[in-house]
Design a protein around this ligand. Structure first.
Ligand code: PA5
Length: 444
């Protein structure tokens, strides 16, 4: 298990003095984090989570996963933002983006409550028809509109099919330990509940029941994930010179101060797509405030070389790339000789697809750096459970340190409220009556 920061392609963009120049600031940011003396210090539970978690609840998560696997063809995961992205990222990375199409003895998993689009919901509803299903509703606040709406629909579906008593066996709620609408509803209905600790914010919660229950249902080894995260917790306490997490935070801030205000997370593996969505939420909600922040974007190559490649090579010079270089793919494909060679591809005979993918990586990194795009490389041996846990912790800590370097509170998200207040007012939610007519007048 390892992750290595490779800065070989940064020489033309960042010099050694810049890294030593920012080092004291990173050390101060890291100390502030560990001393719990910085902004948002009541949301630092994730820092020690890999070694300090509720073992009893962890066993309950595994037991619930076993039960869901034994009685369900489908698990419906209801949640939005930090309450679903981590689980989906893990399942797609560790199993496959085509997880539901694999031959397997675990339930299919569908994610709802992450949008309000009726078509998507209707499709999932019809997929459940004639199938046995369970529901894991996840919301820390317990009041987020998107999952609450979806849960109203799926709760009724479960009750209609299995009755109120049956629903107790099939609805699992992951929420606050004592507060909120979802907690109250679950206690009233007698559902099994799992806790999102008070001091762990949504986007830092993948290593709690939020992520672990769906991940375990998909047949992933959650013990190995926690082992990987625990190793990262230890490794990334090292001093700056021996700490790739701190160096990564330093480098992205050096680049930001030079006008590189967009970070593109790059991978060469479609199973990394939702992991990139998770990274975007983590960094976007943590850093994008007070009119500051690196805009987190993502691409999958070589796919997006045919869509975004032109811009990256020659468009506005505002971005840097962070490439997650997964050294060993889960499987490989050997290219055979074709006697006719009508496609002209025999020069690749006896080659593995993974080698072709690596040449695409090498060719791209040379082209992009020559085109003026700094490239940071994060080398990961493979997509094992341990490495997933390791990578999650790496990004979480880098994000926290990076946020402190930027001078923002990485653990709040006040800006998310603006759209909600408008939407509630426009929908006529009690308590928002005052704003309704003013907003409607603006809309004309
Ligand atoms: O990171 C966050 O805090 C947010 O993205 C939340 O996870 C998201 O808004 C969902 O909130 P909740 O779990 O309260 O429904």
């Amino acid at each position: 298990m390892s992750l290595k920061l490779n800065t070989k392609y940064l020489d033309a963009f960042v010099n050694k003095d810049e890294l030593s120049g920012i080092k004291p600031q990173v050390e101060t940011a890291a100390k502030t984090l560990h001393d719990k003396s910085g902004l948002g210090n009541d949301f630092l539970g994730w820092l020690n989570l890999p070694t300090d978690y509720d073992k009893n609840e962890f066993s309950r998560i595994k037991a619930a996963a076993k039960k869901i696997c034994s009685n369900s063809d489908i698990l419906i995961v209801i949640g939005i933002g930090g309450s679903y992205l981590g689980a989906r990222a893990a399942i797609e990375l560790l199993k496959s983006p085509l997880y539901n199409n694999l031959k397997k003895n675990t339930p299919d998993i569908y994610y709802v409550g992450n949008s309000i689009n009726p078509n998507y919901l209707n499709e999932i509803i019809s997929i459940c028809d004639g199938k046995d299903f369970s529901v894991n509703v996840i919301s820390k606040s317990g009041t987020t509109t998107e999952p609450a709406l979806a849960f109203r629909i799926f709760k009724k579906m479960v009750e209609d099919k299995y009755g109120k008593e049956g629903a107790k066996e099939r609805i699992f709620a992951t929420t606050d330990k004592s507060r909120g609408t979802l907690k109250n509803l679950s206690d009233t209905e007698g559902y099994e509940t799992f806790v999102i600790p008070d001091d762990v914010g949504g986007r830092f919660s993948v290593l709690t029941a939020v992520g672990l229950l769906p991940i375990a249902v998909a047949g992933c080894d959650v013990d190995a994930i926690m082992r990987g995260a625990a190793k990262a917790q230890k490794d990334f306490c090292a001093d700056f010179d021996n700490n790739d997490c701190y160096k990564y935070a330093a480098l992205r801030n050096i680049l930001y101060r030079k006008g590189k205000s967009v970070e593109m997370l790059v991978s060469y593996d479609p199973s990394f797509v939702t992991m990139s969505e998770w990274y975007k939420q983590l960094f976007g909600e943590s850093e994008g405030k007070d009119n500051k922040g690196i805009f987190p974007a993502s691409v999958v190559f070589s796919t997006d070389l045919h869509s975004m490649g032109q811009f990256i090579q020659q468009g506005s010079r505002i971005m840097f790339e962070t490439v997650v270089d997964i050294k060993k793919p889960k499987t490989d494909l050997f290219l055979k000789d074709d006697a006719e060679n009508l496609d002209g591809l025999n020069f690749l005979t006896n080659q593995n697809m993974s080698v072709v993918n690596r040449k695409a990586f090498e060719g791209t990194i040379l082209a992009h750096t020559e085109g003026g795009v700094p490239n940071i490389i994060l080398e990961l041996d493979d997509t094992s459970e341990e490495n997933f846990g390791y990578l999650v912790y790496f990004f979480e800590k880098a994000c926290a340190v990076s946020g402190y370097l930027l001078g923002v509170n990485p653990f709040n998200q006040p800006g998310v409220e603006s759209y909600k207040a408008n939407m509630f007012a426009l929908l006529g939610k009690p308590g928002y009556e005052g704003q309704k007519s003013a907003l409607e007048a603006k809309l004309g």
